[in-house]
Design a protein. Structure first.
Length: 211
């Protein structure tokens, strides 16, 4: 008997490292190599080429994926995601400080995604308080085992420091960049401190479910 099966699973919002399928849907896909070099790897002051490339990128359905790909792979030459090299430079400078909890959650779900240092630290701390072994962390983050052990050791020190000084910061005096306690109930629910703006019950529940 033949069975007809369907897959109605929505496509993931965060693509894995090896997923280049988005490139086939780009408006620049299939253009002659000479034209791509002229438009998207143009001379610094070639305004005509820049304007034409931006007009193509402006209506491209995968513009964000293109931009993320350039950041994640440290591609600093050419136009990606509708932005020139100069326009992307500030983003490249800050990308390793990115703390996107959708990526943290994706890592707990087993997705092979790019993580910044801040995101890797968040994953490591959540893994530590859940009793993960260094071997499990190494597998989840595709790391060398010795590196995973070092990360776990750092997480242990960070959690110990957090517990030692927990509640000694006045929330009214804290800045957006500081890790502060929100409310007593929410403090008890969250095993790891996260920025005030990101510390929500929905986030905590999602991370617990993913882990």
């Amino acid at each position: 008997m033949r069975h007809i099966t369907t897959n109605d699973t929505p496509p993931p919002t965060i693509r894995g490292i090896a997923d280049h399928s988005w490139q086939e849907r780009g408006l620049c896909h299939g253009l002659p190599a000479e034209e791509i070099d002229e438009l998207f790897f143009h001379a610094a002051r070639d305004r005509a080429a820049i304007d034409e490339a931006k007009s193509i990128c402006g209506s491209c359905p995968v513009k964000k994926a293109c931009f993320d790909y350039a950041l994640d792979n440290e591609i600093r030459q050419g136009m990606w995601g509708g932005l020139t090299e100069d326009e992307r430079r500030p983003w490249h400078a800050r990308v390793n400080k990115r703390l996107d909890y959708s990526r943290v959650k994706a890592a707990f779900e087993g997705r092979d995604v790019h993580l910044s240092d801040a995101e890797r630290e968040a994953v490591t701390r959540h893994a530590y308080v859940r009793g993960w072994s260094p071997e499990r962390l190494a597998y989840a983050l595709r790391l060398d085992l010795d590196w995973a052990r070092d990360l776990m050791r750092n997480a242990a020190h960070a959690v110990a420091d957090r517990d030692r000084y927990w509640g000694q910061i006045d929330p009214s005096e804290a800045t957006d960049d500081e890790y502060v306690a929100d409310e007593a109930a929410e403090d008890a629910a969250s095993p790891v401190q996260v920025p005030r703006q990101a510390q929500t019950h929905a986030l905590i529940a999602a991370l617990r479910k993913a882990a």
